[in-house]
Design a protein around this ligand. Structure first.
Ligand SMILES: Cc1cc2nc3c(=O)[nH]c(=O)nc-3n(C[C@H](O)[C@H](O)[C@H](O)COP(=O)(O)OP(=O)(O)OC[C@H]3O[C@@H](n4cnc5c(N)ncnc54)[C@H](O)[C@@H]3O)c2cc1C
Length: 416
């Protein structure tokens, strides 16, 4: 959709009343071929690829609030693909390649900015782990380099690289193609493109019960009535266990608050993304100029979207130690999301063996935003063909029975 300057001008002075809706408000149908529960980035991406790649499939997305109001609109937008194990790297790199063409594909600017992501090392062991991961990345065709401390200082002059701090920086890994994307643009872009392919996006519609008969999906009871659907994909991040309980299933995930905060806006001072597992924090600067900062999980399980102050306190201290120039910057806002974490820090993208027609995509923990297009793409194919996409196969829920876990704690950890 293109607007002339005159249309933009008129829309601005009409209180935006003439602005055309990005996707139409629809009257829900009584039956769909596939219902996606959860209107976050992953759910909307799944719906888009389903409708695009399986034409004629009647698809709806049911969202209990507003689209992108969950973790999608709350995350710190880091995108990278430098995981350790082949299975994870292949999945995240598939996503990275989709990111690289996403604005064009969706005809919507998702503001994907490949400004590089640095993971700092503070000990000899950190540096050995960094080298191991960089080697693994290079073997998988993923761009990665080890950066010396002198080179780091050249590239990021405001980073403290002196020896007087508690955790002196010894070097870093860098993925140059990694970066950030605008999170709500991602939700809107997928929603708009999905609606163009005929997907019904139904907001304020909470799924309250799953109708299962003789081990087969029949439909869903929602706050907006009953929908028939023989295939249902649950993409509800922090609420996955609640949806699973509706099917009488217990998922191997725990839900935790994860916080982030932003500073007041400033002139551009940081042109890349810097993270440190050892001091537990990461930072980037948004296009608006605010510093976007985050840390690790709040350790307790819960469904609050707030979190405890000590996590922020600890993270802010670490950031100031790494970037003393930030010491007088004021914080503007703090918030939390609810993330669901699997024991091996990898997602579940899987049909549910006990119920024909039920699929789950969850367990992305602190780091699923970066996977949004890839996750949607492989999940759409898993549902559309009723068998795992080859890139999704290692993330089948059966791995918790067979023991074929993919331990990505080292590459996932605090680092998103
Ligand atoms: C503070 C924070 C920082 C993060 N930073 C990063 C980062 O930098 N990089 C990165 O890769 N990842 C990051 N993440 C993780 C990332 O945000 C998530 O992994 C990802 O957004 C999950 O997307 P989703 O679409 O599955 O979930 P969500 O966007 O949470 O969507 C799930 C949707 O399901 C809906 N829902 C739940 N129950 C029901 C129901 N019963 N009926 C209907 N709808 C329902 C919810 O309302 C929600 O909108 C961060 C997360 C947080 C909280």
């Amino acid at each position: 959709m293109k607007y002339s300057w005159l249309e933009v001008f008129k829309a601005g002075f009409s209180g935006q009343k003439q602005w055309p809706a990005a996707w139409p408000e629809v009257s829900p149908k009584a039956a769909y071929d596939v219902v996606i529960v959860g209107g976050g980035g992953h759910g909307l991406a799944t719906a888009y690829y389903l409708a695009r790649d399986f034409p004629g499939t009647r698809v709806a997305v049911l969202e209990k609030g507003w689209i992108g109001g969950g973790n999608t609109g709350r995350n710190t937008t880091i995108v990278r693909s430098n995981y350790l194990w082949d299975e994870a790297t292949n999945l995240y790199e598939h996503s990275m390649k989709l990111w690289e063409g996403l604005s064009k594909d969706l005809n919507f600017n998702v503001m994907f900015s490949q400004r590089g992501v640095y993971n700092l090392g503070h000990t000899l062991q950190d540096m050995r782990d960094i080298e191991r991961r960089v080697n693994a990345n290079m073997l998988n065709g993923v761009d990665a380099e080890v950066v010396s401390v002198a080179e780091l200082k050249e590239r990021i002059p405001i980073l403290e690289t002196g020896k007087q701090v508690r955790y002196p920086v010894m070097g870093a890994s860098c993925q140059p193609r990694a970066g950030v994307a605008r999170h709500d643009a991602v939700a809107w872009g997928f929603a708009r493109a999905a609606a163009k392919h005929g997907v019904d996006i139904i907001q304020n519609c909470e799924v309250q019960a799953l109708d299962i008969e003789a081990g087969r999906m029949k439909g869903l009871q929602t706050s907006r009535g009953y929908f028939k659907a023989e295939r249902v994909g649950c993409v509800t991040a922090g609420h996955s266990s609640i949806l699973a309980a509706m099917a009488g299933i217990r998922l191997p995930v725990t839900s935790h608050p994860l916080q982030a905060f932003v500073s007041e806006p400033m002139k551009p001072v940081l042109h890349t993304v810097v993270m440190s597992n050892a001091v537990h924090g990461y930072v980037s600067q948004s296009d608006k100029g605010d510093l976007v900062i985050g840390a690790g999980l709040d350790p307790y399980s819960g469904y609050s979207q707030r979190g405890s102050p000590h996590v922020i306190d600890h993270c802010a201290s670490a950031m100031i130690e790494l970037f003393p120039i930030f010491s007088r910057v004021r914080l503007n806002r703090q918030w939390g999301g609810i993330v669901d974490v699997c024991p091996d820090a990898c997602p579940i993208i899987s049909p549910i063996p006990q119920v024909k027609g039920l699929y789950f995509n969850c367990g992305w923990g602190t780091g699923g935003f970066k996977a949004t297009p890839g996750s949607g793409h492989v999940f759409a194919h898993t549902i559309g063909q009723d068998q795992p996409h080859p890139l999704a196969a290692p993330f089948h829920i059966n791995r918790f029975v067979t023991g074929a876990l993919i331990d990505e704690h080292g590459a996932a950890a605090v680092a998103h």
